[in-house]
Design a protein around this ligand. Structure first.
Ligand SMILES: *Cc1c(COP(=O)(O)O)cnc(C)c1O
Length: 391
């Protein structure tokens, strides 16, 4: 039997991740592989750590990339901070909060599920009430809920969590490099992200950062961390100054992350956040002009993840497959209770650009027409153009 050489299609990735990737990032992956203890690689690790600190806006020495996707970063944060029987409060207003709760439950934590309907966000008062009642060791919350497009404000939350003597873990998988993630200013104790969202790198690495309170809690553990692979105590010996072998780092993935981080910092965080916001506003203006509404509250919409209500009469799967087959555009369907109700349009990292917004609006109009839905011809593109002109 023979197998043909791979020829993956060139897609326009406008879903909930992975996002589009700059050619220089893909080229970095094709560079020669060196050993995981090669001086060249050790220097590269230092640089990746240093750039991650800049992107996380922290000085935390323990900032690094876990070998695994965003969920591995989630598991790393929880497994290192939780011992069986510890109390943890998790904010659940979407799929990823639910996942964090499940991870904590599997590790034997006593989990309190602080819930909000999908698409809504938590107020500091709500968090205070639950935290004061439960007196947890750890509080987990999702800054950018990719399943709903909700943007959780974090100001005041860390202070509330710390007043109760607890630690704050934040899911920044989708927010990092798309909206401000200010680890030090906000007092976040541990956070994790993923390479394939606003960092615009292929999936496979999960940046994490741990502050002094989190490291102190790890030092005070009475039991060993139940995961060997994700034990920060062991990983510290590899990513820290000892550089002792722990596992074989995915070398070429780290090349890619290094280049992706360079591009993020070359652009500059304020410019990058502004670009995400500008193209989000244009997309939103275009969609609204086509009669399409967002699923979440207007004041908490993420710029990089646009969750829109599927127009009445449109076939979810048919529209998404027409977008993919005729235009090469991938968007996301709804997750969990949102399945069949929303489409999720990503404007993450490299994906956030005018040409994608224009093509998507024009392509969506054709797809809706095929469904018998007739928005004002060209109204979406015209409204997006007007939004850019005004910005
Ligand atoms: C994508 C995502 C994850 C999971 O990351 P994977 O890379 O798919 O493992 C976790 N949390 C949020 C908010 C995400 O968007």
């Amino acid at each position: 039997m023979t197998f043909s050489q791979l020829t993956p299609p060139q897609r326009i990735l406008m879903g909930p991740g992975p996002s589009e990737i700059h050619p220089s990032v893909l080229a970095a992956m094709a560079a020669p592989t060196v050993g995981h203890l090669d001086p060249y690689f050790l220097k590269l690790m230092d640089e990746v750590q240093s750039m991650l600190r800049d992107v996380f806006q922290t000085t935390n020495p323990m900032t690094m990339a876990i070998s695994g996707t965003g969920s591995a970063g989630m598991e790393t944060c929880v497994v290192n901070l939780i011992e069986p029987g510890d109390r943890m409060v998790v904010g659940i207003n979407g799929v990823f909060g639910g996942r964090m709760a499940e991870v904590a439950e599997r590790l034997g934590a006593q989990v309190t599920r602080m819930e909000r309907p999908f698409g809504e966000v938590f107020t500091p008062e709500e968090v205070r009430a639950v935290v004061q009642q439960v007196q947890p060791k750890v509080v987990g919350i999702v800054q950018a809920e990719t399943s709903t497009g909700a943007w959780q404000p974090l100001d005041d939350i860390a202070a509330i969590v710390h007043e109760a003597g607890a630690l704050l873990v934040v899911d920044c998988v989708t927010s990092l490099a798309g909206v401000p993630v200010e680890i030090d200013r906000l007092g976040i104790d541990a956070a994790y992200s993923g390479s394939q969202k606003c960092l615009s790198c292929p999936p496979g690495l999960s940046p994490v950062t741990f502050g002094p309170r989190a490291l102190e809690a790890m030092d005070k553990r009475t039991r060993r961390v139940s995961s060997w692979y994700l034990d920060i105590g062991l990983l510290r010996n590899y990513w820290g100054s000892n550089r002792a072998y722990h596992h074989t780092a995915p070398i070429n993935m780290n090349y890619a992350l290094h280049q992706a981080l360079r591009l993020v910092l070359q652009e500059g965080l304020p410019a990058r956040f502004a670009r995400h916001m500008q193209h989000h506003r244009a997309l939103k203006a275009g969609l609204n002009a086509m009669g399409i509404r967002y699923s979440g509250a207007a004041d908490s919409c993420l710029p990089m993840l646009n969750s829109i209500l599927i127009p009445e009469g449109a076939d979810d799967a048919a529209v998404r497959s027409q977008l993919l087959n005729e235009f090469g555009i991938e968007i996301g369907g709804g997750l969990g209770p949102m399945k069949g109700k929303v489409w999720r349009i990503g404007l993450m990292g490299e994906t956030a650009k005018k040409s994608n917004v224009l093509l998507f609006l024009a392509a969506l109009e054709q797809c809706l027409n095929r469904q018998g839905i007739r928005p004002d011809p060209g109204a979406g593109v015209a409204a997006a153009n007007a939004a850019w002109l005004a910005s």
